[in-house]
Design a binder for this molecule. Structure first.
Ligand code: GLU
Length: 487
């Protein structure tokens, strides 16, 4: 019998979809699709203080934008619902009760202050702080006495002493933990809501999750979870902990790290292409068999296996991200690029909200002219600056070009040609340049470079004829004029 592959992405609704979360979602998605299994989206909202109202919708929006569609979830339903922890409290309660009855969990009445005192004392003795087990064996009478004081208990899991805990991990190999390093941990808080470590085990079991693929930051939770699986008599799923994502300084990426754009929504807002982001994220801790790094989601799906998830930290290389996005941008349908970039020109005040057909067309052509250079839509603002300026700056290398002796002659001849044009098309500009070449005898760089520098201020740029057409006759002539008068 072939095993049914069921995996899940289980975000807590605490904010936007982070790159790390997106990677977990993507790995699970690719794994499910590779094996023809199911991809479940579950919302883990038991940490209510951290929940943010609109986070679930936002997470779903970002996943949808990336193209990671799920098979079962809060919105779609499915055979193992509900798919939100807070809708599953009755279910959790049954298992809490079972563990209590079996003596595998117990009520603990210690206050925060008492716990802190205990930890202080342990630290003073040079021990690693850990729950002492004080309330493990309370009598009914002692419990009643605490309750009479107004105390409300939490439920703690009774961690067996001296046990080796094996975490079967497909990325790291089997990882072994010592149960003595784990204190009796809380599985249900005073308000009756279970903790993450408990809920996740119940949910993964009842939802028949076969593989738990998530980030390395959860590896330290896993022995606690394995203990719960064992105590409840559940089969332990296969784990795969993908490595940490580091920044360029090889430090663990913190949410405050400004060197990296960290949230999927930000990439969308900046006009990135989702398939490029997917490709980039897939390579954060996973590597394909061959050399080729540019891969469609179908190719990723086909090639994705857990044995290629890498056991060493992934470095978030912003330059590679830009490069990869640019590769996709170049290949994208120009109209799509226009749609991504246009709002940025508007937001920058370069284009009015309400545009005439002519303005719209002009802006579309302008964007298409820069498609080759763009990594994301937002870059259009910087790339096209010289189209919106009254005056342009000539940097040092541009100044050098303008010093060449043929320049005044070339520019004057070109200007005279332009003034005679009835229409203003790339063919007209091409013909004008040809004529200047014939008239002055200057060709190649000696001809084109002064013209490019005169009208754009730069030695490099996109197609010259198109640039001139889009700059418009008035601007081009004014820029040349200004140079001729300075000379
Ligand atoms: N709710 C957890 C998180 O957002 C998921 C952990 C897991 O995948 O088990 O980090």
């Amino acid at each position: 019998m072939t095993e049914t592959i069921r995996v899940r992405f289980a975000p807590s609704p605490t904010g936007h979809l982070h790159i790390g979360g997106a990677r977990s979602a993507l790995f699970n998605y690719l794994f499910a699709r590779h094996h023809g299994g199911s991809f479940v989206l579950r919302i883990e909202d038991t940490d209510q203080a951290r929940n943010v109202d609109t986070a679930t919708e936002k997470l779903m929006d970002s996943l949808t934008w990336l193209g990671l569609d799920w098979d079962e979830s809060v919105d779609k339903g499915g055979p193992y619902g509900p798919y939100k922890s807070m809708d599953r409290l009755d279910t959790y309660q049954q298992y809490i009760d079972r563990l209590l009855q079996e003596g595998k969990a117990f009520h603990c009445y210690m206050t925060q202050e008492e716990l802190e005192e205990e930890r202080e004392a342990q630290r003073a003795r040079g021990e690693t702080p850990q729950y002492s087990g004080r309330d493990r064996n309370l009598t009914e009478e002692e419990k009643r006495a605490y309750e009479a004081e107004g105390r409300r208990p939490v439920v703690r899991f009774l961690v067996p002493k001296g046990q080796e805990i094996h975490v079967p991990d497909q990325v790291r190999g089997d990882v072994t933990f010592d149960s003595d390093g784990i204190g009796d941990f809380v599985i249900q808080r005073q308000d009756g809501i279970p903790t993450y470590n408990f809920a996740v085990v119940i949910d993964d079991h009842l939802m028949q999750i076969s593989h738990v693929i998530r980030g390395e930051e959860h590896l330290s939770n896993t022995p606690n979870q394995v203990l719960l699986y064992e105590a409840l008599g559940f089969d332990v799923p296969v784990f795969a902990h993908a490595s940490l994502i580091l920044n360029a300084d090889k430090q663990k990426m913190s949410k405050r790290d400004e060197s990296i754009i960290q949230f999927v929504e930000q990439y969308r807002d900046l006009g990135y292409l989702p398939e490029a982001i997917v490709n980039f994220i897939a390579l954060l801790g996973w590597s394909p068999g061959g050399e080729e790094e540019l891969m469609t989601v179908e190719e990723l799906q086909e090639q994705f296996t857990l044995d290629r998830v890498i056991n060493s930290p992934a470095v978030f290389d912003t330059q590679k991200l830009e490069w990869m996005n640019n590769q996709y941008m170049k290949e994208a349908d120009p109209d799509r690029v226009v749609a991504l970039a246009m709002p940025h020109l508007v937001r920058a005040g370069r284009l009015p909200e309400a545009r005439s057909e002519e303005q719209e067309e002009w802006a579309a052509d302008l964007i298409k002219l820069h498609q080759e250079k763009m990594s994301c839509g937002a870059e259009i603002v910087e790339l096209t600056e010289l189209f919106f300026r009254e005056k342009i700056d000539y940097n040092e290398e541009a100044q050098e070009v303008l010093q060449e002796e043929q320049v005044p002659e070339v520019l004057a001849a070109f200007k005279a040609e332009l003034e005679q044009l009835d229409t203003w098309t790339t063919d007209d500009i091409k013909a004008s340049l040809k004529t200047v070449q014939k008239e002055t005898g200057h060709k190649g760089k000696k001809l084109f470079m002064p013209v490019r520098v005169a009208v754009t201020g730069q030695k490099h740029g996109p197609d010259l004829q198109k640039t001139i057409v889009l700059l418009g006759r008035e601007t081009v002539i004014a820029r040349i004029d200004q140079l001729l008068h300075q000379a």
